[in-house]
Design a protein. Sequence first.
Lengths: 367, 367
Amino acid sequence: MRTPVCDLLGIEQPIIGFSPSEQVAAAVSRAGGLGVLGCVRFNDPAELDAALDYMDANTGGRPYGVDVVMPARVPVEAAASDLEAMIPQVHRDFVERTLLALGVPPLPDGAPDADGVLGWLHSVARKHVEVALAHPARLIANALGSPPPDVIAAAHEHGMLVAALAGAPKHAQAQVANGVDIVVAQGYEAGGHTGEIGSMVLIPEIVDAVGDRVPVLAAGGIGCGRQVAAALALGAAGAWMGSAWLLTREYAQMTSAPAVQQALLAATSSDTVRSRIYSGKPARLLKNRWTAAWEQPDAPEPLRMPLQNLLVAGAHQRLMRSGQPDVVPMPAGQVVGRISEIRPVAAVIESLVAEMDETLRRLGGLG
Amino acid sequence: MRTPVCDLLGIEQPIIGFSPSEQVAAAVSRAGGLGVLGCVRFNDPAELDAALDYMDANTGGRPYGVDVVMPARVPVEAAASDLEAMIPQVHRDFVERTLLALGVPPLPDGAPDADGVLGWLHSVARKHVEVALAHPARLIANALGSPPPDVIAAAHEHGMLVAALAGAPKHAQAQVANGVDIVVAQGYEAGGHTGEIGSMVLIPEIVDAVGDRVPVLAAGGIGCGRQVAAALALGAAGAWMGSAWLLTREYAQMTSAPAVQQALLAATSSDTVRSRIYSGKPARLLKNRWTAAWEQPDAPEPLRMPLQNLLVAGAHQRLMRSGQPDVVPMPAGQVVGRISEIRPVAAVIESLVAEMDETLRRLGGLG
């Protein structure tokens, strides 16, 4: 099944697979989709460089992409130590009190401190871009909208396409005006940073808003072939999927925490929540005792990006190590409720394509 | 375009149109869909009887349905005067203070007091059912899930089908076990009472949960033909639409307030909010200065159903009469952002069907 976006990206299936894991992203590309590596977790650009070396060696010459996180407006920018000083004591006290109440132990002596996710910093995201430009990536995507004009220009000079995620039609229009090549319309159902408009409404709205100037990928709530077909019905040129890869063998190679996979397997579509507690901007996470604590009357308002993630970085490490599935801090979309087994990425894509084809045949029979 | 649900309901297009207006509902049935009259606004069963007489006379012998509101658990039940006594003074004070701050004048002398929507009361909903059973309706739907077993049995004895709205798979499964004939999977995007799972995720999940025992209609975020086609791709047998009819000539006959249509025309898909302030249960409304006031730190928690609507009934009357588009208390789905003109119901359905057919042809070309 080919759409024009397949030709544009040089892929066989209109499936774009976002993952923070280079194993997942490489496997998506090998299976005929476009694997997109999420860069935000790489505080050290050298680690991203190594991950992209892995992509270069393991995608069999097929195209892949990278995803950076550059807010449209440059947020608080400062050295890590200065940022730490901006975090109110009342917030630190709440986190400590909550971890105690949840029965989450401190880190063992000698465990390295978590640095927080510095990839939210504009300066760090720019280093990610520099590293990516030195690799043969086909696409550079920005999770928080249009990248700055010089980043778009540099990507184009290197023969890369630029994609931007949009949660509202006006954002998509601004992105196209800025020179973005592909808009990813991301609905409320999505994991991680996401807006309030559901995919069913948002996708055709953004398709109509950008017209035939650029193709639109559909994101948010897509995990099976019927959902890919629905995205195509709504006018999208393909599907951008993230949560679908969380329960794959390749993703399991990255996370050492069985509690995470246990939590993901147990989650239903009602078990996620959109909250600012992860990064400072609204992001969909698994709903559990940790997210519930932040909804109690005694909880402070989450801080702004990037302070909130610095505040909770140590807590995230402790929550992950605790081995308790009902406290893991984990971005995930509502579609996680539809995944009940751990499979290789290639098998996930094979099922997706088969169900998509079957759906198109079924719809053809209705006409 | 026919699906099996067309044969089941005796209609020509898989489009089910819910509206509190008998003019809209009758027009949907005349145009080949199934018009479903919302009963909750009829405090006096005799008024519902008259509206159904209108349906009988104006649907040209084509099938129609009725929609009642029966919570699964019987809520607070008492005489209107006793219910009034359960409303805390702090809530009444907040409403008065807010209306003053919004510049909403009191009702003119001699204007009748609003009664609130008593249709939320189980006893009143039961009277709606009794009235409906005396008319040749084809379908009785319950907006809040499975009706009680005796209501299902009575409907079946009268040759009527029973539908129930579901916002989560477990509710759909319970409804089918109770004998419901059609499940309406209603996603987060929907206007009025709605859950938290987006349509893209919810529809296939409910289709899979009920299997081939009953057909599933898709609701929430459906207003154009691509969205109907997407619903069919997701496995639904047809589309249940509500907000799409708010901007029709027939609906304009019911509401005397130009401010409402002005507000609906101006709204974008970002201009709705899910809130308990209308009825006590989460319902999607137009977002405006009235809904914002309830999100301020000084606002009390909304009361439970049916007290909240009794609390705000007088305020609703005043807000509607104020002529200010930015305060109208109005249930509406996110799809309202895609409607920019007032057309006859028949023209809306004609466009829907044409776009649906065109979408199926386009998808056929991709295979």
